[in-house]
Design a protein around this ligand. Structure first.
Ligand code: SAH
Length: 222
């Protein structure tokens, strides 16, 4: 796919470079994911003092000891969710709201939950500013899911879990996918858990990854 087009603002060029060098060059080829990553102004989701670092392929601090997920990993999360456009998605771990924003461009509605109130509030303000009005924010322990809006067409977890949180598995629609980083004793593996039938699931291990811990009733204790 050619990314040549008129550059409208200086961050357009940075986004294009980010997508070409860290997303497409590493094998992500989902056109909708690429388009979304070209659009969302990632620099708005980090502290202004760190805006220069926003388009590097790193996890960058966002306050409260948490980090914005690195571009390549966001692309893999989004690609593995296999969204077509009409889904309702649950995201666990709003963080800066960057991954939420990418998902919001790929599906009909995103319910996102964050355990740290200040991060949730900050993300909410950015969503309003950018006019992403298909995002619904919650504050609390996302390892228990959000039963009120379940079942979901996809669940995306953006923090590393010790095991699949059972309440989340139960909130998947039949055939729906959960993308979740799981601990394997030595590191984390991005894992796709597909609900095949009833409480039967298929587990596919994808790439190595590195996320902050998923802390909660069905996650780590701290
Ligand atoms: N994807 C986000 C960053 C994820 S960092 C981004 O692009 O910015 C992971 C986030 O998960 C952190 O903000 C952390 O506070 C949050 N988190 C950890 N455990 C959680 C839980 N049980 N419920 C909700 N959020 C949780």
């Amino acid at each position: 796919m050619s990314l040549t087009r008129k550059i409208k603002d200086p961050t357009d060029a940075k986004r294009r470079r980010m997508v070409e060098d860290y997303v497409m060059a590493k094998g992500v080829d989902d056109k909708r994911v690429i388009e979304a990553m070209l659009k969302v102004p990632r620099h708005l989701f980090v502290e202004p003092a760190l805006a220069e670092l926003a388009y590097n392929d790193h996890a960058t601090p966002i306050g409260s000891s948490q980090t914005i997920t690195q571009p390549y990993t966001v692309a893999i999360l989004a690609q593995e969710a296999e969204l077509k456009g009409d889904e309702c998605v649950l995201e666990v771990g709003t963080g800066s709201g960057y991954t939420t924003s990418i998902l919001a461009l790929l599906c009909q509605r995103v319910y996102t939950i964050e355990r740290i109130n200040s991060l949730s509030n900050k993300a909410r303000k950015i969503f309003n500013k950018l006019g992403y009005n298909n995002i619904v924010c919650f504050t609390g322990d996302g390892t228990i899911g959000i039963a009120k809006h379940a079942p979901y067409d996809a669940i995306v977890v953006t923090a590393g879990a010790p095991k699949v949180p059972i309440p989340l598995a139960k909130q998947l629609k039949p055939q729906a996918r959960m993308v979740i980083p799981l601990d394997n004793g030595t590191g984390q593996i991005m894992t796709v858990v597909t609900r095949t039938k009833g409480m039967h699931f298929k587990v596919d291990k994808k790439a190595d990854c590195s996320f902050v811990p998923l802390i909660g009733k069905h996650g780590w204790s701290k």
